[in-house]
Design a protein around this ligand. Structure first.
Ligand code: HEM
Length: 535
């Protein structure tokens, strides 16, 4: 959940007391003069503040209506301080307070939907609400980025991208991914050795491996290892900029978090655009695709050839499977940046919990290891292939359970574009944030008995698979996660290979089970682990 306090927003709060331009013709100038003469400046200022407080409070009470939430708002700022340091327990308490609950921070009214069906309604009502990630996201990614498109324009753009995540395409990326995992597993072991076998927090390394995985999957070898490392190192600056509240115009103030985040994002997009140029030259020479950008450019080339043949009057020309327009280097770079942006925190969270939980559950790890060995015909050095995936029933169940038990995305902020009647008795006002939550549905004891137990078997012998409505890990509706197949596949690849090649130990602390909210969720102690190579 996030919001930014913009200067325009502050003006909005003040609007009721800003007099219209021609006010002097309606308010007798004598009254103004009398006030100016008889009231001290302080008295005028205090009166003005008093009117603003009353207005702000009244607006809050009206918007809140019958839903759960504090009876009164802390004048103007609301729970601004708590919003700067979000606590997972506060979200749990907020969700528990009702199917719909609210807070108001400065001018922004925020409604949280903990109820599964209301969450679905929000996800699936593009005519009433649009995703807003966090408001500063448009500044960071560029407001022209495709994920900010709506309606038909969004659907069409997205259809072209879906071609990059088909089974055929996903199969192409696995060899480049295998190499990333090999490199980083080697690093994990080297890291432990360098630290004399003592545990170190692995959250940062897991962020790095995911950044490298994304960069290589998107750009193959067009991107240098140094660039990958730099992006991985700097990406947290982008995440850090995405706070619930940013001080107005802070993006323009050097060394503030938004300024650093924007600078980093711009540098990454320049790097990406150079990779796209290299890719276009390579694909024009007839190279075979090995990564997402190759695949995308190849679809553009195929589409161009098709259009030219049709234009020249040829008949019965087979239509390419993904008929798309030609995109500029900048557009492609920006789009792949949105992928990195969407994936980095969520994938890092999932990786961190996966390694922590499997270290704590040797029974689960052993079954997963055996299954991965079997699917490779007993040869643990055999690289992962797409064809193995369907046979990895237990590994899949582990990944699904992980995503349910520790969902990387606990909610998705949307903003209403018009008054939105989310229930027969409650309408969210236009311009408010409405936040469908994923976590409560994934921890619903009716759908998933003993939801606080990590139990992969609920996906095999239990009925978890049939609870499709509760499966909100990837959202729902027209903006649902583009990578809902890519994510489980890459996670199965990673953990299967790790299980075969590595042993690891989790050195639990009293904060290991505490949840830290940093864009997504992480163990509070940063996941202290040690790694060794399996004999
Ligand atoms: C564990 C990993 C991930 C999780 C849990 C996750 C979850 C989500 C969720 C909840 C949404 C919002 C859905 C909605 O509003 O209905 C979303 C959107 C999106 N995700 Fe993911 N995601 C993950 C990884 C990825 C990866 C690896 C990519 C790209 C390769 C990606 C690309 C996207 C994109 C592009 C969108 C926006 C789609 C649109 O607006 O049309 N995600 N994701």
């Amino acid at each position: 959940m996030a919001m930014r306090i913009s200067s325009s927003a502050i003006h909005r709060v003040q609007r009721p007391v800003v007099l219209p331009e021609n006010h002097s013709s309606r308010i007798p100038s004598g009254v103004v003069l009398a006030l100016r003469e008889n009231w001290s400046d302080w008295r005028l200022i205090l009166t003005l503040i008093f009117i603003l407080v009353i207005y702000d409070q009244a607006m809050y009470i009206v918007r809140k209506g019958s839903i759960a939430g504090p009876r009164y708002k802390i004048p103007f700022m609301g729970p601004f301080i708590q919003a700067l340091h979000p606590k997972f327990e506060s979200y749990l308490a907020q969700w528990a307070s009702g199917p719909l609950s609210c807070v108001s921070v400065f001018h922004k009214f925020v409604v949280l939907a903990s109820d599964r069906d209301i969450a679905h309604k929000v996800f699936k009502s593009p005519s009433h609400a649009k995703p807003c990630i966090v408001p500063i996201a448009a500044d960071i990614m560029g407001s022209s980025a495709w994920i900010f498109l709506q309606g038909r324009a969004h659907t069409e753009y997205r259809r072209g991208l879906a071609g990059l995540f088909t089974n055929k395409s996903l199969g192409i990326y696995s060899s480049v991914q295998e190499q990333v995992y090999s490199d980083y597993f080697h690093k994990f072991v080297a890291h432990t050795s360098a630290n004399m076998g003592k545990p170190t927090e692995h959250m940062a390394l897991f962020r790095e491996v995911n950044c490298a995985l994304s960069c290589r999957t998107f750009f193959g070898n067009y991107i240098s290892q140094d660039a990958v490392k730099k992006i991985a190192d700097d990406f947290y600056l982008i995440t850090a900029a995405l706070e619930l509240v940013n001080v107005p115009l802070s993006m323009y103030i050097p060394y503030t978090k938004p300024w650093l985040g924007k600078r980093t994002a711009d540098a990454v997009q320049i790097e990406f655009a150079e990779c796209v140029a290299a890719c276009k030259a390579n694909m024009a020479s007839g190279a075979a695709p090995t990564c997402i950008v190759d695949q995308w450019v190849m679809h553009m080339i195929e589409s161009e050839i098709y259009r030219e043949r049709i234009a020249s009057g040829e008949k019965d020309v087979p239509k390419p499977t993904n008929l798309i327009r030609v995109f500029t280097n900048k557009e492609i770079a920006q789009t792949l940046f949105t992928f990195l942006f969407a994936s980095q925190d969520a994938s890092s969270s999932a990786t961190t919990w996966l390694f922590q939980i499997l270290a704590q559950r040797p029974d689960v790890l052993e079954r997963l290891r055996q299954e991965n060995l079997d699917v490779r015909g007993g040869d643990r050095t055999r690289p992962f292939e797409l064809g193995m995936y369907e046979s990895l029933t237990y590994t899949n169940a582990v990944v699904k359970e992980l995503l349910r038990y520790r969902p990387p995305v606990i909610f998705v902020p949307y903003e209403t574009t018009k008054p939105f009647p989310v229930t027969p008795t409650y309408t969210v006002s236009k311009g408010a944030m409405i936040i469908p939550s994923c976590y409560p549905a994934l921890h619903d004891p009716v759908a998933y008995p003993s939801p606080e137990v990590f139990d992969p078997d609920r996906w095999i012998t239990g009925d978890a698979e049939s609870k499709a409505k509760n499966w909100l890990v990837f959202g729902a509706g027209p903006h649902d996660c583009l990578a809902r197949r890519y994510v489980p596949l890459t996670m199965a690849h990673m953990i299967g290979k790790a299980a075969l090649e590595l042993d690891w130990v989790h050195h639990a602390t009293e904060r290991s089970e505490e949840i830290r909210v940093f864009a997504t969720i992480f163990p509070m102690d940063g996941c202290p682990l040690t790694f060794t190579k399996r004999p």
